[in-house]
Design a protein around this ligand. Structure first.
Ligand SMILES: Cc1ncc(COP(=O)(O)O)c(C=O)c1O
Length: 489
């Protein structure tokens, strides 16, 4: 077809079907063949270089040729998402209906800034369903965002608005606002504190307790000290499932402390909030409902394709006050039968044009329902439990932390001194990641480099957990001395 013709912009239904069927075949083959592929293979360096050097084509190519390239050069090299033995970071496989929803959403291509069209109601409904799933207040306002980082920024921006009585919008920050988090808080908190103009010196990073949680006593002392110095405690950024160990901060105590102190409580439930569906974690996570703002990533433990983050703010009006800025060319008057009825979603956050992220979330929640997610989260927690037990039973492995669906472990072969264990475990991690059998990520806890597994993959089976342990043990050098003493915190 002439690359300059109008028809390239206006495909016939036959053409859409023909290319679309090929796309569906690629999706079906990829998702079904993943378990038989290496968990990870790095993108070949010469290909990466060629890609970075390739100039923009002058003339467009045909769709089939582009899909050929996709199939050969791109599809085989994902970062492991979806493979049943990929346990790195917090990366799971996509809900299949969510994958297809992405194409449908793009076909409609609405801007979900607001207005009286279906997509805004799909977003509002999906957010209501998320609130119901994790037990948040019905009156809280929700918004879909790119992920936990954006959700943290929005939650803390609402806190900043609250702490300054709204004056921050006119006067900016005056250098006295303080945020509190534990040393296990996600880096998104520090980033938000910097972006909001508070300055990293205004983030109090409190040492976590022996079980990696925020210590309410230390927090109370820090707040009192700051107040005595004329500073303004703005927010506590707690975690409902830290990224390192899955630890849940003592949310009930923190909510009480924040209420007494008049300080905003933001809870980062980006990964862990859906853990409330597990009976063993319900009581610890129920106080999420008492937070002033909550981050929850549906693209983590709910397996909605990226990106699907959500932020909730209990005081909907305050959230709107913190962000709303409606220029004359966007101003509309509420008219249930007109173009605009409810306030625009863009008044509650920082994006004006907003993608139809909601459809994949809405379809995923509709497809699995509360019961389906409860079952898959139960299996993930059980896999973590199984891994923790296998690690404890293995003479060359040490269990360092275990909570929700995260397990941190080390190889500690007898005879290897403590000061060599970090280098040993780093080497083991690299070999494991490049070996293709199983994939973990790493982190550092109290100066100890540990291997970290996070189970958010409904396709993982018990035998995958067993294969992971066998793969790690194979990479560990043989014991040469007496067994190591447990290093515990
Ligand atoms: C606990 C926690 N909070 C926040 C984030 C940041 O979320 P995102 O990467 O979606 O921006 C992550 C990401 O892994 C996380 O695990």
């Amino acid at each position: 077809m002439d690359p300059l013709s109008r028809e390239r912009w206006e495909w016939s239904p036959e053409q859409i079907r023909q290319v679309g069927h090929r796309v569906i075949d690629l999706i079906a083959d990829h998702l079904s063949e993943l378990p038989d592929q290496p968990v990870f293979r790095p993108f070949p360096n010469e290909r990466a270089r060629a890609m970075l050097d390739e100039p923009l084509p002058h003339d467009g190519a045909e769709a089939d040729a582009i899909l050929d390239r996709f199939a050969a050069e791109i599809l085989p090299y994902p970062l492991g998402n979806g493979h049943p033995r990929f346990f790195g970071w917090v990366n799971g496989p996509p809900v299949v209906l969510g994958v297809l929803a992405e194409a449908l959403a793009a076909a409609m291509n609405p801007s979900v800034a607001g207005g009286n069209h279906a997509a805004t109601y799909v977003e509002r409904q999906a957010l209501e369903w998320l609130k119901q799933l994790v037990g948040l207040d019905r009156d809280a306002m929700g918004l879909l965002v790119s992920g936990g980082s954006a959700a943290t920024l929005i939650g803390l921006a609402a806190a900043r608005h609250h702490a300054t009585g709204g004056a921050v919008r006119r006067q900016g920050v005056d250098g006295r606002l303080v945020v509190y988090a534990s040393d296990q808080g996600h880096s998104a908190i520090a980033k938000a504190v910097e972006l909001l103009g508070l300055g990293s010196e205004r983030l109090r990073v409190l040492p976590s307790t022996a079980d990696w949680r925020l210590d309410p006593a230390a927090l109370g002392t820090a707040i009192d000290r700051d107040r005595a110095e004329g500073l303004v405690p703005m927010a506590v950024a707690a975690s409902a499932g830290t990224v390192n160990t899955g630890a849940i901060d003592p949310l009930a105590e923190l909510a009480e402390l924040c209420r007494e102190q008049g300080v905003w409580l933001h809870v980062d439930g980006a990964y862990g909030a859906p853990g409330i569906l597990h009976a063993g974690y319900r009581a610890e996570l129920e106080p999420l409902a008492r937070a002033d703002s909550v981050a929850l990533d549906a693209h983590k433990w709910l397996n909605v394709p990226y990106d699907a983050g959500a932020v909730f703010v209990r005081d909907a009006e305050l959230m709107r006050d913190a962000f709303s800025l409606v220029p004359p060319y966007l101003r509309e008057h509420a008219d249930p039968d007109g173009v605009t009825w409810l306030p625009w979603l863009s008044e509650y956050g920082l994006e004006q044009t907003r993608a139809f992220r909601a459809l994949k979330l809405w379809m995923s929640l509709a497809y699995h329902g509360r019961a389906g997610y409860t079952a898959s989260i139960g299996r993930d927690v059980a896999h973590a439990q199984r891994l923790a037990e296998l690690v404890v039973a293995h003479p060359a492995l040490e269990l360092v932390a275990h909570n929700l669906s995260i397990v941190c472990l080390r190889c500690v072969p007898a005879g290897v001194p403590e000061d060599e264990l970090n280098a040993l475990n780093e080497r083991i991690l690299r070999e494991l990641q490049l070996g293709g059998e199983a994939f973990l990520s790493g982190t550092t806890l109290d100066g100890r480099f540990v291997l970290r597994a996070c189970f958010v993959n409904p396709r993982t089976r018990e035998q995958d957990v067993d294969r992971l342990v066998a793969a790690v043990a194979r990479l560990s050098p043989p014991a040469t001395g007496s067994p190591p003493a447990p290093s515990g915190r």
